[in-house]
Design a protein around this ligand. Structure first.
Ligand code: ZN
Length: 578
C-alpha cells in the first residue's frame, strides 16, 4: 500500500477521553475512530490487524476440528424465552422490535442460536462431538462503556460451542480448547494468566479464564511468576507461615489481662508489645436472611475474606453484626470478643491460621479485658475450621511456595463447561448407542477479538507508540523514502516496494512528500516492525538501512538482500516472543 492512497489519520495530541495506553494509541495511530458511546469504526490499519487476529484464532479453531458458521446478529425473543434469559439478562441486552411488532435481541452471545441449530440438525451419538464456532459482532449495553475497545458496547467475539453425550467427550474438547487458547495468545504476543475454577461436582476444572494484567480490570487476581498458579483473589487459597512454637510456651495457663480501652489489633500490639501474629481476631457475623450469628476467628496479621466465609457457611449474604448483637453473644462491648467462654452459644468458625496458635491473645468477653496464653483445643474448640483467609501479594504460592503477586485482570478468553442448561431447556435429545435418548451436555468458549487487540497494545508499546509483533502488524515493513521528491530515491523506493510485494512481505510505502521525521514518527506510532530507509546518502554507499522497531537496532544491507534479511528479522522477533 502506498501511504498517499491510505486513510491513516495520526494524532499528535492525546485525545481527551482516552486514559489507557491502548485507547490513546489506537486513536493516535489512526486505527479506530469513535462513532458513538462504546462503538468504534475500524480504519484500514485497525481492520487489517483485527482480521489477522481473527485468522490466527480461526486457524487454531480449525486445527482442533471446530467448524465455522455465522449466526444472525438478530435473535428472536422466543428463543431467549425458551432459555429463560429474556428476563434474566435485563438491561445489558439490546432489544428491538420490527414493524410487525416482533421482538428481537441483538446477540450478546449465542447459546440459544446454536442450541436451536443443533436440535434441528443432529440426531445421533455417531455425530458427536459437535464443535461449532463463529467470529461475529456482539452487543452488550454496558452501563458505562469506557477504555476504548476494552469495554465497548459493540465488539467482535469468537464464540464456540460444543455438544457431547458423555463427560469424557466434553473433557477432551475442553482440553483441546485450553491448548488452542494458549497457542492463540502466544501467537498474538499476549502474556496471559490462566485462572481455573473448579466446579467440584463434575470433577476436574469447570472453567478457565485467560486474563491479562491490566489496570482497567474489574477482577483482582493473585498469581505466581514462578509457576502458572493464578486465582481470583476471592477464591485464592492461602498457605501461611506458622509462628515458631517453643516447648516452654506450651504449658502457660489461661490468664486474664487488663486492657482498658484497648480494642483493635494495632492498639493491642502497642499496649502488650506483642506481634500481630499473637492475636486471635474474633469477629461476629450475621446472616441477614436467617438472622443467625457466628463467630469467625483469624490470626491477627490476616484479614477475613467474607466471600470465602459465606461460602464455607453456605450463606448467600453475610454482614458484620451490630453492637447489640455483639453484646448479646459476648456479654461485652465491641473490641473485647474472643472464643473462650462466650455468653451465648454460637457457632465458631476458625481459619486454618488459628489452628497452630499457642499462647494467643484474644478478647475475654468482658469490658477492658483480654485473655493471654490461649491454646487452641484447650481453651476453645471451634465448630469448624476452614480457609477463610484473604489472599494478598507476598503470600506463598499454594503450588510452589514462591511469592504471590496481586494485579487487576481483564479477561480476554474464557472456556466453560455448561452442562445441560440449554439442551434441557430446549428439549434436545440425541439417540445413544443403546437407542435410548439422552440430553447432550455443552461447553462454551469465547475470545474477545477487539479486546485481545487492545491487550496486545497494552503489553507492547513504548513512548513512541505501538510495537506490534510482525504476525499481527498492520503492515510488516514500512518503506520510508527520505525526500520522496528526489527521483532516484523515488525510483529505488518503488523498486524495493515491488520486491517486497513479490516476496509476500506486506509493505507500506511512505511516498508522501513530507519531512522524513514525520514519516519515522508515524511508522513507529502504528507499530510497523521494520522500517526500510531509502535516502540519497544510503544510495551513494550502495547500502540500505533497516531499522527494527522493537530493539531500535539498525542493519545495513544490499538491495538484493532486503527481502531475505527482512524475513530473517521477522523470524528473530517471533522467536524472541516465545
Ligand atoms: Zn507458584
Amino acid at each position: 500500500m502506498r501511504m498517499t492512497r491510505l486513510l491513516f489519520p495520526t494524532l499528535k495530541e492525546v485525545p481527551r477521553d482516552a486514559v489507557i495506553p491502548s485507547h490513546i494509541l489506537m486513536l493516535r495511530a489512526g486505527l479506530i475512530r469513535k462513532l458513538g458511546s462504546g462503538f468504534y469504526t475500524y480504519l484500514p490499519l485497525g481492520l487489517r490487524i483485527l482480521k489477522k487476529i481473527e485468522n490466527i484464532i480461526r486457524e487454531e479453531m480449525d486445527k482442533i476440528g471446530a467448524q465455522e458458521v455465522l449466526f444472525p446478529i438478530l435473535i428472536p425473543k422466543e428463543l431467549w424465552e425458551e432459555s429463560g434469559r429474556w428476563d434474566a439478562f435485563r438491561k445489558e441486552l439490546f432489544r428491538l422490535q420490527d414493524r410487525h411488532e416482533n421482538h428481537y435481541a441483538l446477540g450478546p452471545t449465542h447459546e440459544e442460536s446454536v442450541t436451536d441449530l443443533f436440535r434441528r440438525e443432529y440426531t445421533s451419538y455417531r455425530e458427536m462431538p459437535v464443535v461449532i464456532y463463529q467470529m461475529a459482532v456482539k452487543f452488550r449495553d454496558e452501563i458505562r462503556p469506557r477504555f476504548g475497545v476494552m469495554r465497548s458496547r459493540e465488539f467482535i467475539m469468537k464464540d464456540a460451542y460444543s455438544f457431547h453425550l458423555t463427560e469424557e467427550c466434553l473433557d477432551k474438547t475442553y482440553n483441546d480448547m485450553s491448548i488452542a487458547y494458549q497457542a492463540i495468545f502466544k501467537r498474538l504476543g499476549l502474556k496471559t494468566l490462566s485462572v481455573r475454577a473448579d466446579t467440584g461436582a463434575m470433577g476436574g476444572s469447570g472453567s478457565e479464564e485467560f486474563m491479562v494484567e491490566n489496570e482497567t480490570g474489574e477482577e483482582i487476581i493473585v498469581f505466581c511468576r514462578s509457576c502458572s498458579y493464578a486465582a481470583n483473589i476471592e477464591k485464592a487459597e492461602t498457605v501461611l507461615q506458622q509462628p515458631d512454637v517453643s516447648a516452654a510456651a506450651e504449658t502457660s495457663a489461661l490468664e486474664e489481662t487488663a486492657t482498658p480501652g484497648v480494642r483493635t489489633i494495632e492498639e493491642l500490639e502497642n499496649f502488650l508489645k506483642l506481634p500481630k501474629m499473637s492475636f486471635i481476631k474474633s469477629l461476629i457475623y450475621k446472616n441477614p436472611d436467617s438472622g443467625s450469628l457466628v463467630m469467625a476467628l483469624i490470626r491477627g496479621d490476616r484479614e477475613i475474606n467474607e466471600k470465602k466465609l459465606a461460602g464455607a457457611l453456605g450463606w448467600a449474604e453475610i454482614t458484620l453484626a451490630g453492637d447489640n448483637e455483639i453484646l448479646e453473644v459476648t456479654g461485652a462491648p465491641a473490641g473485647f470478643a474472643g472464643p473462650c467462654l462466650l455468653k451465648k452459644k454460637v457457632e465458631i468458625i476458625a481459619d486454618l491460621s488459628v489452628k497452630e496458635m499457642r499462647n494467643a491473645v484474644s478478647g475475654a468477653n468482658k469490658k477492658d479485658t483480654h485473655y493471654k496464653n490461649i491454646k487452641f483445643g484447650r481453651d476453645f474448640t471451634p465448630d469448624r475450621i476452614a480457609d477463610i483467609n484473604k489472599a494478598h501479594s507476598g503470600d506463598a504460592c499454594p503450588s510452589c511456595r514462591q511469592k504471590l503477586f496481586e494485579s487487576r485482570g481483564v479477561e480476554v478468553g474464557h472456556i466453560f463447561k455448561l452442562g445441560d442448561k440449554y439442551t434441557k431447556a430446549f428439549g434436545v435429545k440425541i439417540a445413544d448407542n443403546n437407542s435410548s435418548e439422552k440430553i447432550p451436555i455443552m461447553g462454551c468458549y469465547g475470545i474477545g477479538v477487539n479486546r485481545s487487540l487492545a491487550a496486545v497494545i497494552e503489553q507492547n508499546h513504548d513512548e513512541n507508540g505501538i510495537i506490534f509483533p510482525p504476525q499481527i502488524a498492520p503492515y510488516q515493513a514500512g518503506i520510508i523514502s527520505v525526500n520522496a521528491a528526489d527521483s532516484r530515491v523515488f525510483a529505488v523506493s518503488e523498486e524495493i516496494y515491488n520486491i517486497l510485494q513479490k516476496e509476500d512481505i506486506e509493505a507500506l510505502w511512505d511516498d508522501r512528500d513530507i519531512r522524513a521525521g514525520i514519516k519515522f514518527k508515524d511508522a513507529d506510532l502504528a507499530g510497523i516492525p521494520v522500517k526500510i530507509i531509502i535516502s540519497e546518502k544510503a544510495l551513494g554507499s550502495g547500502q540500505i538501512e533497516i531499522k527494527i522497531r522493537k530493539t531500535g537496532e539498525t542493519r545495513m544491507v544490499k538491495k538484493e538482500e532486503i527481502a531475505s534479511v527482512t524475513k530473517a528479522i521477522f523470524a528473530e522477533l517471533e522467536d524472541a516472543q516465545q
